[in-house]
Design a protein around this ligand. Structure first.
Ligand SMILES: Nc1nc2c(ncn2[C@@H]2O[C@H](COP(=O)(O)OP(=O)(O)O)[C@@H](O)[C@H]2O)c(=O)[nH]1
Ligand SMILES: [Mg+2]
Length: 253
């Protein structure tokens, strides 16, 4: 069994990718399951096999502790940790080949509080990976791209599990624009040239310095373009997961 956590900024397409990837793997005859870890979500594009909303109720928290929606979401993020053992047992009982975990809408509630890394660590002893989403529409200029690379590095630093990087919603830009962004992620020279051309002053200086720091650390963020609407790139995502989860051997993904 493999467990994959889908993470990214609010609206980057986590829930839709969870839905689409799950369906796609099922067509390939995989026994798959989905887990919703977002206690605040109202509607989901899939029916989760395990749902944190069965255990944590945001409106109850708001009422009981006289909190606004934000306060209740923060409290809920911390309460998720208490459910780790129970969720872990439920995941085990599913006896799936692959489990896809959709994380809370607001990434900082998961990545930058104590509970997220705790959950990722405690939920399962099975091989696991993180899939970090770069929203195509947000990443199309070099300043935003570099900022997102920094965010994904911060996430990696928090969880320390194998991490893949996806350019989500790639159907929203023409292929040549998508390839340009992928090229930035694969080729430092292409990104440098774009930073020099498109940015000036402090923005150029900071972007250049930030991306150089990432390269010096030896971190790489090769993007896999994927669309949850057209299914483009799902095969590449699954191959990449296979590789990082099974060390290159053929796995059940
Ligand atoms: N065109 C397009 N839209 C997408 C895709 N994935 C998600 N969206 C849209 O982006 C918005 C946010 O998606 P959602 O999965 O809820 O993001 P989350 O907050 O990260 O879970 C929704 O309006 C989706 O319809 C995609 O692959 N292509
Ligand atoms: Mg979501």
């Amino acid at each position: 069994m493999f467990v994959v956590f889908v993470i990214g900024t609010a609206g980057s397409g986590k829930s839709h990718l969870t839905a689409t990837f799950n369906e796609w793997l099922k067509v390939g005859k995989q026994k798959t399951a989905t887990v919703n870890l977002d206690p605040g979500v109202l509607t989901l594009p899939y029916v989760p096999d395990i749902d944190i909303r069965d255990y944590i109720n945001i409106s109850e928290l708001m009422e009981k502790y006289r909190l606004g929606p934000n306060g209740a979401l923060i409290m809920a993020a911390d309460l998720i940790a208490e459910q780790a053992e129970r969720l872990g047992r439920e995941i085990e009982d599913l006896k799936s080949d692959a489990v896809i975990v959709d994380t809370p809408g607001q990434m900082e509630l998961f990545a930058f509080r104590a509970s997220g890394p705790y959950i990722v660590n405690e939920l399962t002893r099975e091989p696991k990976a993180l899939v970090y989403l770069f929203d195509t529409v947000f990443s199309f200029n070099p300043l935003n791209f570099v900022s997102n690379v920094f965010l994904s590095a911060a996430v990696y630093n928090r969880f320390f599990v194998p991490q893949l990087h996806v350019l989500s919603k790639c159907d929203l830009l023409p292929p040549e624009e998508v390839n340009r962004i992928v090229d930035w992620s694969a080729n430092p020279k292409a990104l440098e040239a774009e930073i020099e051309e498109k940015l000036s002053g402090t923005k150029r200086l900071l972007s250049r310095g930030m991306i150089n720091a990432i390269y010096r650390l030896g971190l790489r963020f090769l993007l896999i373009p994927v669309s949850a609407k057209t299914n483009e790139g799902l095969i590449n995502l699954s191959t990449a997961l296979e590789r990082i989860l099974a060390g290159g051997e053929k796995a059940t993904f």
